[in-house]
Ligand binder design. Sequence first.
Ligand SMILES: Cc1cc2nc3c(=O)[nH]c(=O)nc-3n(C[C@H](O)[C@H](O)[C@H](O)COP(=O)(O)OP(=O)(O)OC[C@H]3O[C@@H](n4cnc5c(N)ncnc54)[C@H](O)[C@@H]3O)c2cc1C
Length: 421
Amino acid sequence: MTENTPSPALEVLKTDCVIVGGGPGGMVLGYILALQGIEVTVLEAHQDFHRKFRGDTLQPSALEILRDIGLSDDVLALPHKKIREIVTPTDDGEQVLNYDVLRSDFPYVAVVSQPLFLECVAKACEVFPHFRLLRGTRAKELIEQDNIVKGVRARSADGDIEVHASLVVGADGRFSMIRKLSGLPVHTLADVPYDILWFSLPYLEGDPQEGMINLPVGDKFLVLFQRPSEWQIGCVIPKGSYQQLKEAPPYAYFEDVGRQEPVFAERLRALDDWKDLSLLSVKIERAETWYREGLLLIGDAAHVMSPVGGVGINLAIQDAAVAGMMLAKGLAKGHVDVRTLHNIQKKRMLDTRLIQMVQVMIQRASLRAEKKTSSPPRWVKWIQNKISQLSIVQWLPVRLFGIGVRRVKVRGLIDTQRRTS
Ligand SMILES: Cc1cc2nc3c(=O)[nH]c(=O)nc-3n(C[C@H](O)[C@H](O)[C@H](O)COP(=O)(O)OP(=O)(O)OC[C@H]3O[C@@H](n4cnc5c(N)ncnc54)[C@H](O)[C@@H]3O)c2cc1C
């Protein structure tokens, strides 16, 4: 926790709510609050949203929330791919889980470049004179008085600023500075046995147009996301193996991928510098408490999800929707009580806990399957097959990852006509 030691601040701003972090959680929360007339300032450390590696999957629930706040048409007008089913390879072929089993206007995952998505939300926010996005502004300290958070100090290229607000929202991602400064403890929920190597390859004419491709190659597993001019590729590697991999050039590591998928062979051979690849340390973490008086954490700052199911963005947007609806009344009056912050966490905890638990189970099951040398007897396989064909087994994972346990709805913020047009 920081002491309340004033440093010479160039500029002092006052706002109802200051949101630290312009990711999916922070930007959507900013928009929802601004829609309700709340004065919002979002601080984003970077000048633009064009970070090299980011998640791109918008699940049905995120799309429903965007529809409810009048943004789904704009977002779906961006270049995107729709994934309508999840195909998982099995011993006997493949298992297909179809999003049609969901009762949703959006029975698919939309793969939308996250930088384009965030620019789209930022543009929509511009219509509100009481919304301010300060790009290139990094929060450094909390302003506290009598153990109550009153605002943040931040640094931009033009100098230091202080932003005083009724509420500070930490939406600053998995390495959240706001969470660290707040002193709210975070727990690691499971040891994840793998990390992910991210890299990109140019997209060429004639390449597959599938939006997202799952690619098992021997003991490697790759996921390819189609961006407007490139493939963003994640490759699962055993935790702790990165340093050893780096002893040979990257193209040597991906030689077998090029052999199996000749269409990418030449581009993979051009990968000769590890600096072009980025290591994502995979973890599953959760803050026990997401709030203090004057402060709330949402999205990755409150809970880091595993990549299983591609739900990190969905949860961040759901947190934003729930918080946006529950905070507006207090913010309009200039005070949000701790009870409201507690209730926001309570409303989001069931989904967060359950999804993290299922992610841990899936990870453990896939690890056990990897270690198995012999396949199960025929009758066990027969039962497994029958179970996997049950409609409830088909529906559950799609429902959990696509919508969640409780559907998040944002009602009454825009007129119905605009929502369905
Ligand atoms: C390589 C990669 C691939 C992923 N793939 C997927 C996927 O396919 N599907 C999926 O659902 N999820 C995916 N995820 C996870 C997903 O990106 C996150 O769960 C999601 O973005 C969380 O949103 P958020 O708004 O909470 O935080 P973030 O998106 O992390 O946004 C936080 C923002 O805060 C800013 N910031 C940080 N510190 C400060 C500060 N001190 N001051 C001001 N600003 C600050 C950052 O610049 C950033 O813009 C992926 C993550 C990574 C790293």
